[in-house]
Design a protein around this ligand. Structure first.
Ligand code: PLP
Length: 460
């Protein structure tokens, strides 16, 4: 191992939050009371929390200082102006509509840009994104390259759109029946896989030929830019900010969950270039979020977000971020644990199909694996498989995603490499007794976004 394969944390720790581990007997009670759903475990009962990287970021001293500069005026807050100016500069889009988080922006975009019956091609679905598309009468069409559905295929830029699939969809349905293309950078459910600049450019060229708009799901755009710099020819010396800006120069706007790459705990926004769409979005934002100058966020939150977005583009930050995730992934690979390859930008995904080959997908192997990991170690993770995929709106059957995974999601700037070691050791020890992991069945199944609040019991 080279000294700088895994750079040390590029920060000093100035404020700490104690964590504690409860006993195994207590964890057994907790996981039963949570209906084997890690979303329902009280945070105090978790030792290392890798449920999500969403809103779990640690803010910097500068961001906290910015919080004190909150202008909580109902209208025209100076923090909004700062955020607007920052996003314009870093993303290059003309208009900004703030929202309380990413799905608030997805709600607005889906309402203004989708007519019922239209298709929205995307590079793999995301739960809340697809939900809002379908709620507005849209039909999601997966146009990600085939390799993205194969956990063990290690190819670079596994998040790319397959241009042939997109072309075929346009030919079959007609360009007028495509609402827009939704391009996620990186692709969360594929394992945090990036999209290459070349692919973004080609998608832009193809959609432009048909007058189809291209909107980014910008949630992890900084992580995506790091992969481009690291792995795509011609970008090795480019500043991260320049790469992000080039990526977005090919789009018509984006939705953003600030809870990820803006390094804050709450917030989001919608960006648009089109003036007419912007005007419609502003009319709707007052219904769902608040005035167009706060959109569900406090002034102080907008200030922290403006500062955080800029910090996220510092090379030392993003390099450590991606390499810390890679450190965990490589420790697991060295021990022969099946994970999605290559290792993505925000999480390591355990491949539950290979981890629990004794369970069928309808016995929810990933859900059960996540529950077992908590029981064994106090480490909290998240199911990203059949439970998250939900049911088909029309037939009522489960969607059966090829990827059946448990996501170990690393919060930004929160844990150290030593925490990663503990997580790796916990997974390795569970792998040695994996045949004892039992299947699950629903005792409560919510109709929408069921993974958040579903409850299960063990079979047999
Ligand atoms: C988290 C996320 C969203 C939704 O954002 P929220 O802030 O949780 O509402 C959308 N897309 C992707 C890829 C995400 O990871």
């Amino acid at each position: 191992m080279n000294l700088f394969d895994y750079p040390a944390e590029p920060f000093r720790i100035k404020s700490v939050e104690p964590v504690r581990m409860i006993s195994r007997e207590e964890r057994e009670k907790v996981i039963k009371a949570a209906g084997f759903n890690t979303f329902l475990i009280p945070s105090d009962d978790v030792y290392i929390d890798l449920l999500t990287d969403s809103g779990t970021n640690a803010m910097s001293d500068r961001q906290w200082a910015g919080m004190m500069m909150g202008d909580e005026a109902y209208a025209g807050s100076r923090n909004f102006l700062h955020l607007e100016e920052t996003v314009r500069e870093l993303f290059g889009f003309r208009y900004l509509v703030p929202t309380h988080q990413g799905r608030g922006a997805e709600n607005l975009l889906s309402q203004i840009a989708i007519r019922p019956g239209q298709y929205i091609p995307g590079n793999m679905y995301f739960t809340t994104t697809r939900y809002h598309q379908e709620r507005n009468g849209g039909i999601f069409a997966d146009v990600i390259r085939d390799e993205a559905h194969e956990a063990s295929l290690s190819v670079p830029f596994k998040g790319n759109i397959d241009l042939h699939k997109l072309q075929r969809l346009i030919n079959e349905k007609g360009a007028e029946n495509i609402a827009y293309v939704c391009l996620a950078v990186t692709v969360n459910l594929a394992g945090g896989q990036p999209v290459s600049m070349r692919n973004i450019r080609e998608v832009r060229e193809l959609t432009a030929r048909y007058g189809i708009k291209l909107f980014f799901d910008a949630t992890r755009c900084v992580e995506n830019a790091y992969f481009i710099r690291e792995q795509e020819e011609g970008y090795a010396d480019k500043p991260i900010a320049d790469i992000v800006r080039e990526m977005f120069s090919y789009g018509d706007g984006c939705t953003m969950s600030g809870k990820k790459d803006c390094l804050v705990n709450i917030g989001g926004f919608l960006c648009l270039n089109d003036e007419e769409l912007f005007s419609q979005a502003k009319e709707l934002v007052v219904v769902y979020e608040g005035m167009p100058s706060y959109g569900g966020m406090a002034g102080r939150d907008m200030e922290a977000m403006a500062i955080g977005l800029r910090e996220s583009m510092q090379f030392e930050y993003i390099e450590h971020r991606v390499k810390q995730v890679r450190y965990l992934g490589n420790r697991l690979l060295e021990a022969g644990i099946p994970i999605i390859e290559p290792i993505g930008g925000h999480a390591v995904f355990l491949d539950a199909r290979r981890f629990c080959p004794h369970l069928t997908q309808e016995q929810f192997p990933a859900q059960s694996l996540a529950a077992s990991l908590y029981l064994e170690s106090g480490v909290r993770s998240m199911e990203r498989g059949i439970v998250s995929a939900g049911r088909d709106q029309h037939t009522g059957d489960h969607h059966h995603p090829k990827l059946e995974t448990v996501r170990l999601t690393i919060p930004r700037r929160v844990y150290t490499y030593r925490h990663m070691d503990i997580v790796a050791d916990a997974v390795i020890s569970l792998y040695q007794k994996r045949q004892h992991i039992k299947g699950l069945r629903f005792v409560y199944e919510p109709k929408q976004l069921r993974f958040f609040t579903a409850r299960f019991e063990e079979i047999g």
